[in-house]
Design a binder for this molecule. Structure first.
Ligand code: IMP
Length: 193
């Protein structure tokens, strides 16, 4: 089955590619000539995932999916949440986003947080949603250099290391995106079976 992953994020692409069955041939919007930024300006992860997948589906009419992820920090009332990519405002880097988070969390005792991923799939014209989450805590400093995004400051519950200190398979086995992708894969397998 051919499936387009509506993302320009090569880290996400790598994470998801390693989890899909060989029978699924993954491609990206860029490979189909869509080079513009895919819009994601909704107020929820679900809204953004649907906006991204609809944008690509309207143009290509192919089966496709998109994910949207947010880091939700308890002491910050769920922030940065849906604004995770732009926490330090537009055009700021991931380093700026992490620095802002560490500043906001300085001296805060409650470090509880979770990553949440929503995947929106359009298969043969019908929309489906899948969700995954992982609970953990925000460290006081960055640890590790693997992964991407907020990985260096997030330590999943029950682990001594951050996502940025894990290899890809270990992160996928417990992560928000890993859980959502496994649901997607199970669903696709059922459809194929
Ligand atoms: P989006 O799903 O691309 O909109 O992601 C929102 C923000 O969360 C971006 O800043 C990403 O870098 C960050 N992010 C998404 N997935 C992960 C992850 O698995 N680990 C750490 N940060 C992530």
């Amino acid at each position: 089955m051919n499936l387009i992953f509506a993302t320009n994020n090569l880290h996400k692409l790598e994470e998801v590619s390693t989890m899909l069955n060989k029978s699924i041939v993954l491609s990206t919007p860029k490979q189909w000539g869509i080079v513009d930024d895919i819009p994601e300006d909704q107020l929820t992860l679900e809204g953004n995932a649907l906006q991204k997948v609809r944008y690509v589906h309207e143009r290509l009419r192919e089966n496709c999916f998109a994910d949207d992820t947010g880091l939700e920090v308890e002491a910050l009332n769920g922030a940065p949440g849906v604004r995770s990519a732009r926490y330090a405002e537009q055009a700021k880097s991931m380093q700026d986003n992490m620095e802002k988070l560490l500043r906001e969390m300085a001296g805060v005792a409650n470090r509880n947080a979770r990553f949440r991923t929503v995947i929106a799939l359009i298969l043969h014209g019908k929309e489906h949603l899948f969700e995954g989450e992982v609970k953990g805590e925000i460290l006081c400093e960055k640890m590790g250099c693997k992964g991407f995004g907020y990985d260096p400051v997030f330590r999943p519950l029950g682990y001594e290391v951050t996502f940025a200190e894990m290899d890809l398979n270990e992160k996928n086995s417990i992560s928000h995106r890993g859980k959502a992708v496994r649901q997607l894969v199970n669903f696709l397998n059922q459809c194929a079976g």
